[in-house]
Design a protein around this ligand. Structure first.
Ligand SMILES: Nc1nc2c(ncn2[C@@H]2O[C@H](COP(=O)(O)OP(=O)(O)OP(=O)(O)O)[C@@H](O)[C@H]2O)c(=O)[nH]1
Ligand SMILES: [Mg+2]
Length: 318
């Protein structure tokens, strides 16, 4: 009996030990499973925050894309309008008459310092403040004289004044020989730079410089063919005193020899004498009117020019 009890006890102990082993194994498996679940949960959390980050970026990109698309649409619309505007301008331009330019050339001649540049500037713009003038080599000034509308084309008539410095009179002569010149402005003066009274020596020098033989040299066949007028402008009338008529008389008498020599060419070249002053403006408008009358064809007058010419002749001598 005793061995039976021993056997049963042993069997129970064995069973309990086996059960304990099984329980330990099960526990460690559950712990491993729990770790797996925890790590899977952590990686799920990571993935979720990445998804949130990416969907945030996606939303920002979508907004930017929509902005760019909107911009593109506005630009396309703007380009479209620009093209329509261009087309409108092109059609308007086609409707307008073409503008052609007719240029009439006027050259200045005279020794240095007689006031050629001062006269040209005053003439181009009467409001010019002369200030300090430096000697010139060559300057060219253009002034639109009239704009005439024809059936198919518009013609702009322009005076181009070639202002040659006195030191470059040889080059001025060269241009006279080579080019078609429509008017000549010979400028002499009664006194030098900054003078306040007549300088007879200076006048004598100019009479020698433009004596009859020299004038022939200037008025060659080309000039005679194209030049419509030669204006002798006796400048710096402001250094003379007296009434306008007295000033005119005295200036003309001082340059009598030159006036007589020039008038010998009057049959081929229209010669016109003016006494005036670039500083005071005396006779400047006559200079302009005279060149317009002699050079511009009658078909080249526009309403504005006609009005100006009428006003100039009504104003009379200044
Ligand atoms: N008193 C007086 N001085 C004048 C008159 N016109 C010009 N001047 C002066 O004369 C000087 C010469 O004038 P410019 O116009 O430079 O003479 P220019 O003939 O062009 O001289 P170059 O270019 O060297 O040939 C300047 O000091 C002018 O202020 C005028 O009508 N009266
Ligand atoms: Mg000059």
């Amino acid at each position: 009996m005793e061995w039976i009890t021993l056997l049963v006890t042993s069997l129970i102990a064995l069973g309990a030990a086996g059960l304990a082993v099984i329980l330990v194994k099960q526990r460690s498996r559950r712990e491993a499973q729990l770790r797996d679940v925890q790590s899977a949960y952590a990686s799920l959390r990571d993935t979720r925050s990445q998804v949130e980050l990416l969907s945030g970026r996606h939303a920002a990109l979508t907004t930017r894309f929509e902005e760019v698309q909107g911009d593109n649409l506005r630009k396309a619309e703007w380009l479209d309008n620009l093209e329509k505007e261009n087309e409108w301008f092109r059609q308007e331009l086609e409707k307008r008459p073409r503008v052609t330019r007719r240029t009439y050339k006027i050259l200045t001649l005279g020794i240095s310092g007689t006031g050629k540049t001062a006269l040209t500037l005053k003439w181009a713009n009467p409001l010019t403040d002369l200030g300090a003038l430096a000697g010139t080599k060559i300057d060219r000034y253009q002034r639109t004289v009239s704009l005439v509308t024809g059936k198919e084309a518009m013609t702009e008539h322009v005076f181009e004044i070639g202002d040659w410095g006195g030191e470059y009179i040889v080059d001025a002569h060269q241009e006279l020989v080579m080019d078609e010149v429509h008017g000549l402005l010979l400028v002499v003066d009664l006194a030098g730079r900054d003078a306040t009274r007549v300088e007879p020596e200076r006048i004598q020098q100019q009479l020698r410089d433009f004596q009859a033989e020299v004038l022939k040299f200037f008025f060659g066949p080309r000039t005679v063919a194209s030049c419509k007028t030669v204006v002798l402008f006796i400048n710096k009338s402001d250094v003379l005193s007296g009434t306008p008529a007295e000033v005119e008389r005295e200036a003309r008498s001082l340059y009598k020899q030159l006036i007589d020599d020039l008038e010998k060419h009057d049959a081929q070249l229209n010669v016109h004498v003016l006494v005036g002053s670039a500083t005071s403006g005396h006779s400047i408008h006559h200079l302009f009117s005279h060149f317009v009358e002699r050079i511009l064809p009658s078909t080249a007058y526009d309403a504005q020019l006609l009005q100006r010419m009428r006003a100039d002749s009504a104003a009379g001598p200044r």
